[in-house]
Each structure stands twice: as structure tokens, then as C-alpha cells.
Design a protein around this ligand. Sequence first.
Ligand SMILES: [Zn+2]
Length: 134
Amino acid sequence: MHELSLVQGIVDAVQETANEKKGRVTGFKIEVGELSQFDIRLIRQLLADITRGTPLEGAKVVVRREKCRVRCLGCGGRWTFKELAGTLSADEKEMVHFLPELISSCSKCPSCSKSYFEIEAGRSVRVVEVTLDA
Ligand SMILES: [Zn+2]
């Protein structure tokens, strides 16, 4: 499952930070890009499952949604995912979930109708903060 390997990657990264700094993780914060369309509730659940019985169990986890913003390379207009999603079919939305870059080829700029976008924010899932009790 896509989500499971993603969450495993997050947990590994957090644990690695703790190992490097020789501390114990008391909490960490992750941002889930809107464009990735990951279900935050599912990610929380998987985090709880994966960390059970590990040094990360009981750490305070904050999961935030990072808004997606893309810039049209045709006219320079900036759009949110919501504004572009209106031009996508259900199949295309599913594809964008796995390959966010596809938003560029699938959707059209509401202003100039071009399909060249640069994703400025909200593409992926990242660890933004790790708190240690070192
Ligand atoms: Zn445009």
C-alpha cells in the first residue's frame, strides 16, 4: 500500500534524526501536501500502528495539511489545487495521487488554458519538526 510505505519512511527519518542526535523523540510534526491527497486520518492511524512497541511509541504527533499552490508558466497565475481539480476527471485525480507532477499535464490554467505548471507547495509529505528530550 502506498500510504504504508510512506509512513514507514517518515518513521525511519524521525528515528534516524533521534539516533544522530542521541536523543529520545518526544514529538514530531509532519506536513501532508494537499496534492498528494493522502488521508490524514489514515496516516495518523498508520503512525500509531507502526510506532507501537518502538522508541517512538507515545511521541506527540502533529499532522498538518499543507496547501497546494501551483504557478502557471504561461501567464504566471497562481492556483490552488481546488481551483485546478475542477478540470480533472475522477481517473485523473487518482493518477495525480500517485504522480503529483501529472497535475501539470492533466489540468488547464483557468486563466490562459495552458497546461504548464510549476508546483510551488503541497506536493509531498515531509517531516518539518522533531522534538527530542536530549
Ligand atoms: Zn495561465
